[in-house]
Design a binder for this molecule. Structure first.
Ligand code: HGY
Ligand code: MN
Ligand code: MN
Length: 425
């Protein structure tokens, strides 16, 4: 549904505050230089040095704004109004997103929502307005899982989903998370202290770039998210037998890379021909020893399955397992399937959706309701609190690439809608 709106005066009890556009855009530019590579892509994989640099900058900005900052055992950064101003008796409104990126990613995915959350807290603090909910901003750790393949790490800890996290999480290259987490102020042995119980958060809001083409093609500047896709990420480990590319006869080979190619194309087919799930992607391939004239010994490939229906996701995962078992038998290989994450689809809360739409109308922005094909921390937080998400258009509908971009006017509009929504709850 698209609204054709004309700005209306704020509801009587919603203060007509606006964000400081120059400050918000200036911060977005500053963060876009942290972890930027030669191609203009952002490389701030969770718990990397560049991620640590961005986290430190966020803490500096928040403290300079007079806000109180803490880092929990999972490495989530939490920003509050200072003692004496914050009202802990009031229900908490959590507002946030993530600072970490994919490899060679964009400057807005996650970062925009974190900086907008900071802007909301700073604007509320400066205005002296007393909101009905106590706003707390959060930068969730390792949402993407780009280096340490435990996506939604920080939000899963916050909602208490500790049992499904590995005891000793490792990066793709085998580096243990323990030290990298400690370097950002976290503590792998104290994750329980970072858990927020059911009912401790009155609502969660996340502002994010759409990462798709819908808003741009419709001309609407605000997306009111109806729900977030479910997602299953698997790592398939194919173990074969290394050998000389020139002297090993074809019939004697147990080549894991040829097997991985067969699996890769079959995974694409699950979504394309068979339409078992909405999309299916193999985005990463790790080959050992990865030498042109050596038959590979071991290949790891990641499988990313998405669908709004959890039953279809389960069927698609089972189809991957069946496919892997067939290939293992045919090619006399040992193939394991490890679960990286299984994330349920989540519906946005109706009251929050309406508050976002009302804020867009109040500010004179056209909006539409739409689902999210991307995953977000909001779908994890939805387990302990009602969640609402706001999208702004992505130029060209692209994301997870250096070209990811959004018009400045839309970035400011989204932040204003976030602010007004926070004030009207
Ligand atoms: O992969 C996703 O959907 C999100 O960008 N983490
Ligand atoms: Mn992303
Ligand atoms: Mn994101």
């Amino acid at each position: 549904m698209t609204s054709n709106v004309v700005a209306s005066p704020p509801a009587p009890d919603v203060p007509a505050l606006s964000v400081d556009a120059a400050r918000l855009l200036g911060r977005i530019e500053k963060f876009a230089s942290i972890g930027r590579n030669a191609a203009g892509g952002i490389e701030r994989e969770g718990f990397s040095d560049a991620d640590r640099e961005a986290r430190a900058e966020l803490i500096r900005e928040a403290e300079a704004a007079g806000l109180a900052v803490g880092v929990d055992a999972a490495g989530n950064i939490l920003i509050r109004r200072p003692e004496g101003t914050a009202c802990t008796e009031r229900p908490t409104l959590l507002i946030g997103s993530h600072l970490d990126t994919v490899v060679n990613g964009g400057r807005l995915d996650g970062t925009y929502g974190v900086l907008a959350a900071l802007e909301v807290l700073q604007t509320v603090l400066e205005s002296g307005v007393e909101p009905a909910h106590e706003p707390v901003a959060v930068a969730f750790a390792n949402e993407e899982g780009a280096r340490f393949p435990q996506p939604f790490w920080g939000s899963k800890v916050l909602v208490g989903r500790l049992a499904e996290l590995p005891e000793e999480p490792l990066a793709h290259d085998g580096t243990p998370l323990r030290d990298a987490l400690a370097r950002v102020g976290g503590d792998l042995d104290a994750l329980g202290t970072a858990v927020w119980p059911q009912g401790s958060v009155a609502a969660y809001l996340e502002l994010h770039v759409e990462q798709g083409p819908v808003l741009e093609s419709s001309g609407d500047s605000i997306g009111v998210v109806t729900g977030i896709t479910g997602r299953t990420v698997l790592t398939v480990v194919v173990r074969g037998e290394a050998g000389h590319a020139g002297t090993t006869p074809m019939e004697m080979r147990r080549d894991p890379l040829a097997a991985a190619a067969r699996i890769l194309l079959a995974v694409e087919g699950l979504a394309q021909e068979q339409q078992l799930c909405r999309v299916a992607t193999v985005g990463r391939l790790d080959i050992r020893p990865n030498s042109p004239n050596t038959i590979a010994e071991e290949v790891q490939l990641t499988v990313d399955l998405r669908d709004g229906n959890p039953v279809r996701l389960e069927l698609a995962e089972q189809a991957v397992r069946n496919l892997v078992a067939t290939v293992a038998q045919e090619r006399r290989l040992e193939i394991d399937v490890e679960v990286g994450t299984r994330t349920e689809p989540a519906q946005a809360d109706r009251t929050l959706r309406d508050a976002i739409a009302d804020s867009a109308v109040e500010l004179g922005h056209r909006y539409q309701l739409l689902p999210s094909g991307a995953g977000h921390d909001a779908q994890i937080v939805a387990e302990i609190a009602p969640m609402g998400m706001i999208f702004v258009p992505s130029i060209g509908g692209v994301s997870h690439v250096p070209e990811e971009d959004t018009k400045s006017g839309d970035l400011v509009a989204g932040a204003d809608v976030l602010l007004r929504t926070a004030l009207r709850l």
